[in-house]
Design a protein around this ligand. Structure first.
Ligand SMILES: NC(=O)c1ccc[n+]([C@@H]2O[C@H](COP(=O)([O-])OP(=O)(O)OC[C@H]3O[C@@H](n4cnc5c(N)ncnc54)[C@H](O)[C@@H]3O)[C@@H](O)[C@H]2O)c1
Ligand SMILES: NC(=O)c1ccc[n+]([C@@H]2O[C@H](COP(=O)([O-])OP(=O)(O)OC[C@H]3O[C@@H](n4cnc5c(N)ncnc54)[C@H](O)[C@@H]3O)[C@@H](O)[C@H]2O)c1
Lengths: 207, 207
């Protein structure tokens, strides 16, 4: 099993390797790659050893080969259709973002309960009613669901996504969403990120 | 020093305690609070012991007192003025979000380089030119900066925020942003969150 902190660093290595490939750099040392990633070289070497790659002493890692290994570990390069539940501020920003949909991730639809939203499109992506979720997931082969609804609706929406057949869920609502039927749920709480910052600021002042 | 995973769970406990207080519940056991937070009871007890509170065997924790301790540790309830750099899709969604600005966090301005954005307002919050950042931070006593610019501008914007006097930065751009002049930087990469999900999906299928 690969430790969770290692998994969370793989997307950073992927991005750095992609820009090295674009810059036609053939090899990179663990020290250089670690410095660019903001981690120490021993951590990077340990992380990459979990993928079964050790680099060659003296020359480092083959950039193209390492990039492919990390891409394969992250299962990138395939088609990952996504549905976003909640076509509000955040849902619409995610649907519009080129940054969110890199590496094969593709928002195929948003769903909402607000009749004023249903039937519209965001950059060509349709907003359907949440009642049509099951049919949409099957038709489009949707693998991933994103929850961008109010916290009060989050657990119910996650259950509907799982029942419809999605295999993993990214939840942005500030609520603890239990994993419906064994489907993987990962939560990101943007407001909590600010609170972690103020925690450290208060500590730094000795409070 | 409190371990980082403990710090990251405090906002979840805070939210749950706030809803117990609203529900006029006087005490809560570590088992109940842990179940609501989706962690095991031993982890919760260890987390709270870092704040110096142990609960009473048999009755559990005093909800109001525990809520106040967690709020104090997170330095909530004060006024935390925020400036958002980048008034694009994400910056505007954050400025509009009631969910992002709870517990004393207040977006006082956005800054941008696009003349088409400068001079507008988002729900009453002005968009200024990034050249006015330093004057804005001093005038409004801004403590926190949020980076919602393209990745190419992120490190430069973080430096400007630090030079202007902000004390901590939350970065949403997919770039490694070094901590300018010792100012705390925390990065959240929304696209990377999807990649962690697909990593686990690929693993689950034995790939
Ligand atoms: N906007 C942000 O930047 C931001 C920041 C932090 C947290 N969040 C969290 O993200 C979530 C969305 O925030 P927002 O600002 O977009 O809110 P919003 O109110 O603008 O949008 C929520 C949308 O969800 C829809 N909805 C409600 N119930 C639904 C259901 N059962 N099924 C499908 N859709 C449903 C609503 O009709 C609405 O369109 C909230 O939980 C919020 O706390 C958002
Ligand atoms: N929108 C999302 O949901 C989302 C999801 C994942 C990642 N991100 C990341 O968040 C960042 C913002 O994304 P977006 O979708 O809002 O992009 P966007 O292009 O809509 O907005 C970016 C804004 O930054 C401004 N800007 C550029 N250089 C600047 C500078 N030096 N100082 C101040 N402002 C500057 C631009 O004028 C523009 O208004 C990007 O790095 C993106 O990869 C966004």
């Amino acid at each position: 099993r690969i430790p969770e902190p290692t998994v969370a660093r793989l997307p950073v290595y992927r991005r750095l390797l992609a820009s090295l490939v674009a810059g036609r750099i053939r090899t990179v040392s663990s020290t250089e790659l670690a410095a660019a990633a903001g981690v120490n070289a021993a951590t990077l070497r340990r992380d990459l050893s979990h993928l079964g790659t050790y680099g060659t002493p003296g020359t480092g890692y083959d950039v193209v080969r390492l990039g492919e290994m990390v891409d394969r570990a992250l299962a990138l390069g395939r088609d990952w259709p996504i549905v976003i539940a909640g076509a509000g501020n955040l849902g619409r920003a995610l649907a519009r973002s080129r940054g969110f949909t890199t590496g094969g991730f593709r928002v195929v639809a948003l769903v909402d309960v607000d009749p004023g939203q249903v039937g519209r499109t965001i950059e060509g992506v349709p907003i359907a009613h949440v009642e049509q979720l099951a049919e949409l997931v099957v038709r489009e082969g949707v693998a991933l669901g994103v929850v961008a609804t109010p916290a009060s609706a989050a657990a119910d929406v996650a259950r509907r996504l799982a029942d419809a057949g999605v295999r993993a869920i990214l939840n942005f609502a500030p609520a603890v969403v239990p994993s419906p039927g064994g489907v993987l749920v990962r939560s990101v709480d943007l407001a909590a990120e600010l609170q972690v910052l103020t925690f450290h600021l208060a500590r730094a002042r000795g409070e």
